[in-house]
Design a binder for this molecule. Structure first.
Ligand code: ATP
Length: 364
């Protein structure tokens, strides 16, 4: 087996971000040790609210460039509500990384695990296994306050623009069809649902038209459409029927929280943000100051984000053994829940961050 190193830019960040990063990377190292000759090397970048308090900067000098030079970026969590800029906004250097590296493809897997809380009484809720693909650079977030693009008319009116570009939307839909195709090869449905509001907005009709254009190149992937309001209903009524949902930024933001709630909570919510050059992997939760330093954080969202990172790196570097490492972790989590060996405090269980991590290491 060839020995090669993959460079990870590591931003542990604030609060539970530090603990869950350490847990996730310990699990990654163990899985790589079992399945491949690949080793990770880390370039730690200091950033976040704690760093801001100490230095007056939200990321270390040269941190953004350094992050872009790695093969992937792994981030724990950033921000603490008590530490803010003078205008009231929180410390968010990761939003700049998203913008600088155009990380358009936001992947949020939503999957039911045995013995984890299920919010729906219908037994088919056990079968929930879908991915929300949220465009992450434009849409209504084009006008997010951080960018200063809102049109403010005296104290009477504010206009935010929802921007859909052909260039990004083509890439997004292509990404969605490729993802659905890969999932089909693994036994999932192989269907990409375009979630929009094409019956009302010209921008959304454009989004759907581009979806149709790209769909012509993917005969093997089933196409499907849903208006976003109906999609919200269907995520409660029949979430087990969906595979990959592709959607505009704001719609994806809302639907992914709803879907995350269906399968437990934030401690299971993994996230990848992928662009043409690099990808950023982080749990979808924040720094959780209410539980930080208490060994209560569920590290599984971070660990599942590592799974996404290894899959991405397998594609990017052509080292297929990384896929085996990803599958090994995935299988260990599944088995751990099935055998009731993973009982996070978050779900009323008796296992904190350290216990979940060490149990997962023995499962590996
Ligand atoms: P942000 O705006 O940065 O996403 P937030 O304040 O909205 O952050 P979180 O920090 O994610 O939200 O916390 C929301 C709630 O979920 C808190 O009660 C927190 O304790 C809980 N929580 C978040 N992540 C985890 C985790 N990994 N394990 C257990 N509980 C968590």
């Amino acid at each position: 087996m060839t020995q090669s190193k993959i460079r990870i830019a590591l931003i542990r960040g604030d609060g539970i971000g530090v603990d869950v990063s350490d847990a996730a990377l310990a699990v990654a190292e163990a899985a790589l040790g079992k399945t491949s000759g690949v080793r990770l090397s880390y370039n730690e970048i200091l950033a976040g609210a704690g760093y801001f308090t100490e230095t007056g900067r939200d990321i270390e000098p040269g941190g953004e460039e350094a992050a872009g030079k790695a093969d992937a970026i792994f981030l724990g969590a950033i921000g603490l509500p008590a530490i803010r800029h003078p205008d009231g906004t929180e410390i968010s250097p990761h939003l700049r990384l998203r913008d600088i590296y155009q990380l358009y493809a936001g992947i949020r897997p939503v999957r039911a695990y045995p013995n984890a809380p299920q919010r729906l009484a219908d037994p088919r809720a056990q079968e929930i296994d879908l991915v929300i693909l949220r465009e992450s650079t434009e849409g209504l977030f084009y006008s997010a306050a951080v960018h200063g693009r809102s049109e403010i008319i005296n104290n009477e009116e504010v206009r935010d623009v929802l921007r859909i570009t052909r260039a990004t939307t083509e890439k997004l839909h292509r990404f969605g069809f490729e993802l659905a195709r890969k999932r089909k090869a693994r036994g999932n449905k192989g269907r990409l649902t375009c979630v929009d509001k094409a019956n009302v907005f010209t921008s959304m009709a454009f989004f759907r038209r581009i979806y149709d254009e790209i769909a012509d190149q993917y005969d093997d992937v089933e196409t499907d459409y849903n208006y976003v309001d109906a999609q919200a209903l269907d995520l409660i009524r029949r979430p087990w029927d969906f595979d990959v949902l592709v959607t505009e930024n704001m719609f994806g933001d809302i639907l992914s929280d709803l879907a995350g709630g269906l399968v437990g909570g934030m401690g299971m919510a993994a996230c990848a943000e992928i662009g043409d050059e690099t990808g950023l992997f982080q749990p979808a939760h924040g720094s959780a100051p209410d539980i930080m330093g208490q060994d209560k954080a569920n590290p599984l969202a971070a660990i599942l984000s590592v799974v996404l990172m290894l899959e991405y790196l397998a594609d990017k570097t052509g080292q297929a053994s990384l896929l085996d490492s990803a599958s090994l972790i995935d299988a260990a989590i599944n088995r751990g829940f099935a055998d009731n060996r993973l009982r996070p405090v978050e779900f009323g269980g008796d296992m904190g961050t350290a216990a979940i991590t060490s149990e997962l290491l023995s499962l590996l």
